[in-house]
Design a protein around this ligand. Structure first.
Ligand SMILES: NC(=O)c1ccc[n+]([C@@H]2O[C@H](COP(=O)([O-])OP(=O)(O)OC[C@H]3O[C@@H](n4cnc5c(N)ncnc54)[C@H](O)[C@@H]3O)[C@@H](O)[C@H]2O)c1
Length: 291
């Protein structure tokens, strides 16, 4: 079976992008939301992104047909619209209880061949797989923001994921125009498992007074050629998001030193200094600009 009809649950920041890239790859897509206003906002984001792509292609003397892509996407407030999908990708709020409840419902509702995937950044895939009642047909498909531009998708398999399902999920990643990487169901998969402890280690250097945030950022930019240093990056990601990922890991792996929470991170989050989105984190921000 190849994946032709895709359901996307949640049409927020990630869900709208996943729906769009799946439709660009030729799949028929149904996006499910909880309220009409969220569906309208998500579909409007897709319209905007597609017209931008068409404009850019024109500027370069090429041609990108937005209309046929958009025509393959429909929106719904009914979960039963997902019943005959070959694949359902979940991109709803990062709350394990809510995700498990959704997958239990989908397990009872969808045709027996439907593959399930979660776009979670921090929860174990195996727990949602268990809740769905079909663990062999369950993978993680971890896309990156903005989905339309970022080339990576991590395809996560649990001990129970079947070879065939994994191969189909990986092929779907390619259909979406991404470079899939395979990984096991471990905390943070590949990217976040390396990135979040790196950001935390930089904060621990600051806690010890080894160097200033600005000097550490300059060192990593000019010494390693990274586009931004760890503090600027944490400000971009959000200090609260970073803290919540570490807290989840510490709960499950209390003895792992790489997951130890830096004091400065807790302090700044308590002071509501959350990074770029709150105007102040390790740096001061005005919109997208550091001041
Ligand atoms: N934001 C990122 O950079 C990023 C990157 C990779 C993965 N993720 C993961 O993707 C998922 C979605 O994140 P996001 O940033 O798109 O969130 P978001 O808040 O922008 O979007 C979530 C959407 O899901 C909808 N929703 C909530 N519960 C629902 C339900 N039961 N049924 C249908 N729709 C529901 C909400 O109305 C909202 O529109 C999370 O698991 C997150 O961890 C996020």
């Amino acid at each position: 079976m190849s994946i032709k009809k895709v359901g996307v649950v949640g049409c927020g920041l990630m869900g709208h992008g996943i729906a769009q890239v799946a439709a660009q790859g030729g799949c028929t897509v149904v996006v499910v939301e909880t309220e009409q206003k969220f569906l309208d906002t998500g579909l409007a984001r897709i319209d905007k992104s597609l017209s931008k792509m068409a404009e850019k292609a024109k500027e370069k003397g090429g041609n990108f047909e937005a209309a046929p892509v958009r025509a393959r996407i429909s929106g719904s407030l009914e979960r039963k619209s997902l019943a005959d999908c070959d694949l359902v990708v979940e991109a709803i709020v990062e709350d394990l209880g809510v995700k498990n409840k959704l997958f239990a419902e989908l397990g009872a509702l969808c045709k027996k061949e439907t593959i399930f995937a979660s776009n979670t950044s921090s929860f174990p895939i195996a727990e949602m797989a268990k809740a769905s009642g079909r663990p062999s047909q369950f993978v993680g498909l971890h896309f990156f923001n903005p989905v339309q531009l970022m080339k990576l998708v991590e395809v996560v398999r649990t001990d129970a994921t079947s070879e065939e399902v994994f191969a189909q999920a990986r092929a779907f990643g390619e259909t979406c125009g991404k470079s899939p990487v395979a990984c096991k169901d471990t905390p943070g998969f590949v990217v976040n498992r390396l990135l979040v402890p790196y950001m935390a280690e930089a904060m621990k250097m600051l806690d010890r007074g080894d160097a200033s945030a600005q000097d550490i950022d300059t060192a990593m930019k000019f010494g390693c050629g990274y586009p931004m240093g760890p503090f600027e990056l944490t400000d971009y990601v959000g200090l609260d998001t970073t803290l919540s990922i570490l807290q989840g890991w510490v709960k499950r792996y209390p003895n792992e030193p790489a997951f130890k929470i830096p004091a400065v991170l807790e302090k700044l989050v308590n002071e509501k200094k959350l990074g770029r989105k709150s105007g102040q984190g390790f740096y001061k921000w005005e919109g997208d600009k550091r001041t």
